[in-house]
Ligand binder design. Structure first.
Ligand SMILES: [Fe+2]
Ligand SMILES: [Fe+2]
Length: 310
C-alpha cells in the first residue's frame, strides 16, 4: 500500500485499519504451523547478509553466517519493537477523544508489535535449540527503549519510519525473490511485512503531524536527536557484530588468518550497517518524507553525520 499525498489523513488511517483487519495473522496457525527452521538453507539472503563478499568462506560457512545474522535480524526487530510500541501507545493519547478511526489504527499497530515481539522471542527459543550454544544479544530492549524515548518525539518517529520502511524494502527486494532460504524464516518476514506496511504509513502520518506542531528551533534540535539516535543504533551494531563474529569463529571448526578474521569483522559490521542504517536512509520514500520536513542545512547535517557509516 503506497502513501499518496492527495489522500486526506483521515482516509489513510481508515485504510490502515481496513488492511490491518484483512491481513491479521496468528503466530502458530499462520506463521509457524508446526514447522522448524531448515538449517540446510540460508536465513538471510546475500543481498542483506553480504556473505558473498567474504569469498574465502566455504558455502557451508557462508550459510552458517547468514543464519547467525538472521537470528540477530529477528532479535533486533524484537528489540526495537519495545520502544516503538511504547511510543505508539503514547501517541494514541492524542486521538483518545478525537478521530476514533485513527485511535483504532494506533491500537492495532500497538497490538501487532506486541505479537511481533512474541513471535521474535519464539524464534530466538527455536534457533537456540537448533544452533550451537554461546550466541548472545548484547542490548536489552528496555535499556534501548529508555534511551530512545528520552529523545524528542519527532526524532523517534523519524527513526521508526526509517525502520518500518526498510523492513518492507528488505522483504520485497531481497527476502521474497530469494529461492533458497529456510521456508519458515522466509514466512516469518512475509507475515511481518504484511502488518509493517500499515505501520510505515502511520509513522509518516504521526511524524508529519508532530512536525506541524514544532517551532523551527524545536525542529532543529530534533534533527540533532535523530542524528544521536542513528549513532546509538550504530553503537549497538558494533557490539552485536563483534559478538556474532566471535560466535561464528568459535563454531567454524577451522582457523582463519588474521587478515581473514579482520575481513570477517569488517564484513559483519558493514552488513549490519547496511541492514539497519544504510538501506533505510537510502529508501526513496524515507528520503522523500525527510526532505519535506527538514531544510537544506538540516539535511546537510544529517548527510554529513551518516557519511562515515555509508
Ligand atoms: Fe513489527
Ligand atoms: Fe512495526
Amino acid at each position: 500500500m503506497q502513501v499518496s499525498h492527495n489522500v486526506p489523513a483521515a482516509d489513510r488511517y481508515a485504510r490502515c485499519v481496513q488492511v490491518s483487519r484483512r491481513v491479521s495473522w496468528d503466530i502458530d496457525d499462520d506463521v509457524i504451523r508446526g514447522r522448524e527452521f531448515d538449517y540446510s538453507h540460508k536465513f538471510l539472503p546475500d543481498g542483506l547478509s553480504l556473505v558473498h563478499e567474504l569469498d574465502f568462506l566455504q558455502p557451508d560457512e557462508q550459510r552458517f553466517l547468514s543464519q547467525i545474522q538472521g537470528r540477530t535480524y529477528a532479535n533486533i526487530f524484537g528489540l526495537v519493537e519495545r520502544y516503538i510500541n511504547a511510543k505508539v501507545l503514547e501517541l494514541s493519547q492524542r486521538h483518545w477523544l478525537g478521530d476514533q478511526v485513527a485511535l483504532e489504527a494506533l491500537i492495532r499497530f500497538s497490538e501487532e508489535e506486541m505479537k511481533h515481539q512474541e513471535l521474535f522471542r519464539r524464534i530466538e527459543r527455536m534457533t537456540a535449540e537448533g544452533m550451537p550454544d554461546g550466541y548472545r544479544v548484547v542490548a536489552d530492549p528496555n535499556d534501548v527503549a529508555r534511551v530512545v524515548l528520552s529523545k524528542s518525539t519527532w526524532s523517534v518517529l523519524g527513526l521508526t519510519c526509517h525502520i518500518e520502511l526498510f523492513t518492507q524494502q528488505h522483504y520485497k527486494q531481497s527476502i521474497k525473490p530469494c529461492a533458497d532460504l529456510s521456508e519458515l524464516y522466509k514466512d516469518v518476514f512475509l507475515y511481518h511485512w504484511r502488518e509493517e506496511s500499515q505501520h510505515a504509513i502511520l509513522d509518516e502520518l504521526e511524524w508529519r503531524a508532530e512536525d506541524a506542531r514544532l517551532t523551527d528551533i524545536e525542529r532543529d534540535e530534533a534533527v540533532d536527536d535523530l542524528i544521536a539516535l542513528v549513532g546509538a543504533v550504530d553503537s549497538i551494531l558494533k557490539v552485536q557484530s563483534e559478538a556474532d563474529t566471535d560466535y561464528f569463529l568459535a563454531h567454524a571448526n577451522r582457523a582463519f588468518t588474521p587478515a581473514e578474521e579482520a575481513r570477517l569483522r569488517d564484513g559483519m559490521l558493514k552488513a549490519y550497517r547496511w541492514q539497519y542504517i544504510v538501506s533505510g536512509v537510502q529508501d526513496p520514500r524515507f528520503v522523500g518524507i525527510l526532505a519535506d520536513l527538514v531544510n537544506d542545512r538540516q539535511m546537510a547535517r544529517i548527510t554529513a553525520a551518516l557519511a562515515p557509516l555509508m
